[in-house]
Design a protein around this ligand. Sequence first.
Ligand SMILES: Nc1nc2c(c(=O)[nH]1)N[C@H]1C(S)=C(S)[C@@H](COP(=O)(O)OP(=O)(O)OC[C@H]3O[C@@H](n4cnc5c(=O)[nH]c(N)nc54)[C@H](O)[C@@H]3O)O[C@H]1N2
Ligand SMILES: Nc1nc2c(c(=O)[nH]1)N[C@H]1C(S)=C(S)[C@@H](COP(=O)(O)OP(=O)(O)OC[C@H]3O[C@@H](n4cnc5c(=O)[nH]c(N)nc54)[C@H](O)[C@@H]3O)O[C@H]1N2
Ligand code: SF4
Ligand SMILES: [Mo]
Length: 744
Amino acid sequence: MSVTRRQFIKIGLGAAGAAAVGSGLTTHWWGLDAHDVPDPQTDGDRVVPTFCEMCFWKCGVLAHVKNGRVTKLVGNPDHPLSRGRLCPRGTGGIGLLYDPDRLKKPLVRVSDKRGEQKFEEVSWETALDEVAEKLLRIREKYGPEALALFTHGYGGSWFKHLVKAYGSNNIAAPSYAQCRGPREVGYFLTFGDGVGSPEVIDIENARCLVLIGSHLGENMHNTQVQEFADALARGCQLVVVDPRFSTAAGKARYWLPIKPGTDIALLLAWMHVMIREGRYDADYIQKYAIGFDKLKEHVKDKTPEWAYAITGIRPELIVETARFVAGFRPASLIHPGRRTTWYGDDTQRARAMAILTALLGSWGRRGGYLLPSAMELPKFPYTKYAYKPKHKADRHGSLYPLADETLASGLCDATIPGKTPYELKAWMVYGTNLLQSLPNPKETMRAIQALDFIVSIDVLPSEICGWSDVVLPECTYLERCDELWAPAYKQPFVAVRQPVIEPMYDSKPGWWIARELALRLGLSDYFPWKDSEEYARYRVKAAGLDCEELKQKGVILGKRVPVCEEEGLELRFNTSSSKIELYSEVLKAAGFHPLPEYTPPEEPPPGMFRLLFGRAPVHTFGRTANNRFLSQVYDENEVWVNAEALRSLPQFADREPKTGDRVVLVNQDGVRSNPVKLRLTQRIRGDCVYMVHGFGHTARGLRFARGRGASDSKLITRYKTDPIMGGTGMNVNFVRIEPAEETA
Ligand SMILES: Nc1nc2c(c(=O)[nH]1)N[C@H]1C(S)=C(S)[C@@H](COP(=O)(O)OP(=O)(O)OC[C@H]3O[C@@H](n4cnc5c(=O)[nH]c(N)nc54)[C@H](O)[C@@H]3O)O[C@H]1N2
Ligand SMILES: Nc1nc2c(c(=O)[nH]1)N[C@H]1C(S)=C(S)[C@@H](COP(=O)(O)OP(=O)(O)OC[C@H]3O[C@@H](n4cnc5c(=O)[nH]c(N)nc54)[C@H](O)[C@@H]3O)O[C@H]1N2
Ligand code: SF4
Ligand SMILES: [Mo]
């Protein structure tokens, strides 16, 4: 192994962070008695394999248990995604399990108005009866489609099944329209296949990796970061395009500090150079692609000089990097990114990245994009859903014709009276904190106030719980069994999540909650098993696999089949032409530009900065901000501001602003942030600022996280919707910076 665990963590954290998480420092375990704190160094007397839910990558975990307490979580060496290592957040799962603020009993709202966070504890009987009664009434009065389910996270599968059985297909996650959506559609239009999750990109064998914004190393998807560290160690070249000097930029051969929102221009100019100089893979294009001549014509005038004026990147550098990137093809990997909802022209940017990938011949090639397969796992033989939903409420008419999943933002809109032809009346919310993850939280609050009923299922008293009528406490992933997991991946596998310890307090596993509701809703046919283990056993046996082996190892590997041309795979494209579509007739027919076109983003007004945001390596969105374990490393966010740009502002003229000072961000609509720490740096352009998403919590029950740092979500009062698929571009807000007045 070329990289040790310690080196691996360092990529994301720097040495100090690695030391804190690695040693399991427990001296600052805020809010807990010292004797309650497990020692994350201790081996257990029992080791239970399961998989992680600290983010959605789902790495294989070996959980150590001693005297009924989970003492440490380590990576399962047999699991293809963890390969024996977890990211810091995975290790910090103990901080969620033993979070003193966990939801402990079902809650029912007692205040008149939603959002006042006043509840009383009730029994499960009472809570479940209440939810079922409300849902039955809604169905009777408005029909089943008046119910929307928002769900994120693996445990959500039971609730999707429940809501489909109930009769609604208004089911969405912010991880589509607020995250991967534009990328999936852009790649699908080009190759006939989305990128999917986990992304099957071959960083392991890439000779050159190009990161367009994607901030790997801060974005901590475990397997990718491991491969990334290994790749750098063996000399893989790195090109980073980012207005900010990210952690990855620090390892790069080239860092291109692009003007935000102008990446399409750079990508077109790169294509221009590669085509003009014959540096693209002509054989591959000839064999597999259509529309090359039109592309060639389209990029003819997209010269490096043209792009310079737009992107701020010197023409010589554009030429040099185009040659550099092309020099390693086909093992020259344009990373597809993940949160691609930036400026509203995002599907077109994803298209440009996909087309560039085609020019490099790296789709279906080693060191590029691999074409994975999944293990076959027969479905549980459920009764067919009886009800055929008439419509999806997330969009209407000819809006967003190429969206291929439901838009969470669209369901929110459909709840606001008069905003769309639909009116949703009830929300069920599982594992998604919509007040932080949908843009413009005020609109989300408006929608919620208009509902007849809202129930949330969560592990912590997050903001969304504070806005609910009923809150159902789920136990954490370490205390439950969920659906089996067998994704398409270069190494096919099936993994099991099983309880490491019994559910604490009065919390219950999601499968139990969904089933109890089903029984009360007259949907027992859809939950014919007695528990999730019986369900999982059925599927494992039907696949001809050994349940005991799976329980014991946590994962069973399938047969590895060829995943790229070099291994003998024949490339096929699921587009209507069965070819790579450089020029998209589908886009054209839908009234969009068939080739990616640069559209200028709106400029920040004088004295204001574009607000950019991203990830901290030790946190997942806002869901870990209350995690005392992870907060030892990073307990509040700060705002990155270019030092010169800040000092030139009149409001800072006679102050000596320095890192650590508190400032307030005020956005274009006058919305103010909490006072947030300043990070003065040269490592970001002067036209934008940057902060980590997920801080500035307001939920009363999050006793640790509440009020720490500032919320990017609050400042995202506007967004630009991608006309192709409805993704909400959120990098379109501007902020002014004010010194925070000293308060007592
Ligand atoms: N530790 C950790 N890791 C995570 C997550 C987490 O919560 N915590 N979440 C996971 C999820 S769901 C996702 S979607 C991913 C998100 O991770 P990515 O897909 O990597 O992130 P983005 O939010 O798209 O990009 C943030 C980066 O884009 C840069 N950027 C902003 N505007 C522009 C621009 O106009 N052009 C260019 N070239 N760059 C720009 C920012 O400076 C920042 O470095 O992370 C995943 N990994
Ligand atoms: N402003 C802004 N908005 C964003 C982003 C951003 O960077 N900035 N990122 C976007 C992206 S990329 C994504 S993918 C989405 C993600 O946004 P969401 O889908 O909202 O995801 P999380 O924030 O992880 O949701 C966390 C909720 O799940 C709860 N939870 C955690 N574990 C469990 C569990 O085991 N069971 C249950 N029932 N609940 C659990 C947490 O307590 C919390 O309430 O947000 C998008 N929205
Ligand atoms: S990447 Fe980290 S947090 Fe996400 S599943 Fe893997 S170990 Fe858990
Ligand atoms: Mo995401």
